[in-house]
Design a protein around this ligand. Structure first.
Ligand code: ATP
Ligand code: MG
Length: 243
């Protein structure tokens, strides 16, 4: 019997949740395979928040609370894994919550918005338009939401859309367990941590950062350094894997 607080137990519960959410239509089949890639990298970082991820989470909090118009972009996997935590982060940061999907249908958007509302988020909805410079359905967003945002938090983002948001001049914060992905490398700031650990850590930091700490952290963004540290932490772990 695996103890309930063991990462392996949590990962089994997460898989059951994702399988259920795929059957109900919240998560796409493609989303399931993306989760598998994330799990592999989580194994490599030791299924814990590393020191560099902890720092990135505090910087993310500082950027979010200093932003004029911050938006949290939610897809199917994010809603299935962390809907109540998204609501808590919204309260702590004051950000808008907006649904943005790769595999977009009106029904799926509504299903995910309903789940977010049921778990406490104030969801920004209304008419979406094809506003982002992308050929696929992730181009759809709301003019007063993500399109006007100065800061966008994109948990589990695709590289194309992350690059497009950066090209539009936005500050993009990504949560991605793969420090080598295009998303991780093109975002303004990448948190190399598992979504359900990262979101509560950002929310906690939003509450406890002092104003001077917040200013200092928001000015200290160095994504190259944070990704190099994440890779160094993985390498160190692999070096001692057989000890
Ligand atoms: P990119 O398009 O950025 O080059 P990709 O094609 O590998 O990367 P996508 O499928 O576009 O990736 O996005 C999924 C990303 O999310 C993967 O890099 C994966 O590591 C990461 N991921 C999946 N599940 C989680 C999770 N629960 N927490 C954090 N990251 C995750
Ligand atoms: Mg991709």
């Amino acid at each position: 019997m695996i103890p309930k607080d063991h990462p392996r137990y949590r990962s089994l519960v997460t898989r059951e949740n994702l399988a259920r959410s795929t059957r109900s239509g919240i998560v796409s089949l493609e989303g399931l395979t993306a989760h598998g890639r994330g799990e592999a990298f989580d194994y490599l970082i030791g299924e814990r928040t590393t020191e560099s991820a902890h720092l990135a989470e505090r910087i993310a909090a500082a950027i979010l609370i200093s932003a004029k118009h911050p938006v949290i972009s939610v897809n199917g996997n994010t809603a299935a894994l962390a809907a109540p935590q998204i609501a808590a982060l919204q309260k702590a940061s004051g950000a808008l919550v907006e649904v943005n999907l790769f595999h977009r249908t009106k029904e799926r958007v509504k299903q995910i918005e309903d789940l977010l509302r049921e778990t406490g988020s104030d969801v920004f909805s209304g008419e979406a338009e094809r506003l982002l410079p992308l050929s696929h359905d992730r181009a759809w967003c709301r003019r007063e939401g993500m399109y006007s945002a100065d800061v966008v938090l994109v948990p589990l983002e695709d590289g194309d859309r992350c690059e497009a948001l950066v090209r539009m001049g936005k500050t993009v914060i990504a949560i991605d367990l793969n420090p080598l992905s295009r998303t991780a490398r093109s975002a303004t700031l990448t948190i190399v941590d598992e979504l359900t650990r990262a979101i509560p850590n950002i929310a906690a930091a939003c509450k406890d950062l002092s104003a001077p700490e917040c200013r200092q952290l928001a000015m200290s963004v160095n994504n190259h350094y944070l990704l190099s540290e994440a890779i160094r932490e993985i390498t160190l772990r692999l070096d001692h894997a057989m000890d």
